[in-house]
Design a protein around this ligand. Structure first.
Ligand code: ADP
Ligand code: MG
Length: 233
């Protein structure tokens, strides 16, 4: 089952082509890492899948249903069952950990008892149950990222998009969280599209690697194939 399909998706800003007829399919349960240098169009790809921007041409489908096509957003982000985790975490600074995780559930109109149960579950999943009442400023970078993960996963997305989520963390924490993300994905079974420009991070996280260069896909294969290819150049 394809969770997301991009068919010949192009996107330009003014006269600059950012994505050039990009086609990509992601199957249920995959951990796909989109690897490429800064400015190659990775974030734009995620924003197209999430529904924040529309493709100029081409189609984006989620679970077999067209959600954007030829300049038009058919399904808005909140109806796509797609979660997103950002490089800067984007937590609400005035809300506690618990309230941050609860936020999207509330917006979806989920009843209080159900919300609280889900928040409790997510706090345990990301090992943050001792920090429910802290504000983001009172957390370490790793704890902030775990909170952002819990917030995204609380909505039980079909697909989790992660945009350089470990970029701002130090090397040791970066390595530890790579493992945690993989374990969490294996436990919960969500599908993941993870963006990074860091090769080692890509190798540690992916079940499949897609490399991008100037708005085009230039490689799509296993971690072993990607490692082999990158050794050649
Ligand atoms: N809203 C925008 N308006 C104009 N140009 C943009 C916009 N968003 C991204 N770009 C440009 O598109 C290119 C790709 O950006 P992006 O997708 O953020 O790349 P990456 O995430 O791989 O670093 C960059 O040259 C960037 O400056
Ligand atoms: Mg980016």
């Amino acid at each position: 089952m394809m969770i997301v399909t991009m068919d010949d998706v192009s996107k330009a800003y003014k006269t600059t082509t950012i994505l050039d007829k990009l086609s990509l399919g992601i199957k249920e349960g995959e951990r796909v890492v989109l690897l490429g240098p800064s400015g190659c169009g990775k974030t734009t790809t995620l924003r197209l899948i999430a529904g924040f921007v529309a493709p100029d041409s081409g189609t984006v489908s989620i679970a077999g249903e067209s959600v954007s096509r030829d300049g038009q957003i058919i399904k808005p982000p909140e109806e796509r069952k797609v979660g997103m985790v950002f490089q800067d975490f984007a937590l609400w600074p005035h809300l506690s950990v618990k309230e941050n995780i609860e936020f999207g559930l509330k917006a979806k109109g989920i009843a209080k008892a159900k919300r609280e149960e889900q928040v409790r579950k997510m706090l345990v999943v990301v090992d943050m149950d001792g920090y429910a009442d802290r504000k983001p400023a009172e957390l370490s970078g790793g704890q902030q990222q775990r909170t952002a993960l819990a917030r995204a996963l609380a909505l039980q997305p079909k697909l989790l998009l992660m945009d350089e989520p470990l970029f701002s963390l130090d090397q040791e924490l970066n390595s530890r969280l790579r493992r945690e993300i993989v374990l969490l994905q294996e436990k919960l079974g969500f599908t993941m599209l993870y963006v990074t420009h860091n090769r080692d991070e890509a190798f540690a996280i992916a079940t499949r690697i897609v490399m991008m260069q100037k708005g085009r896909l230039e490689f799509d294969g296993s971690v072993a194939e990607a490692e082999y290819r990158l050794r050649q150049v």
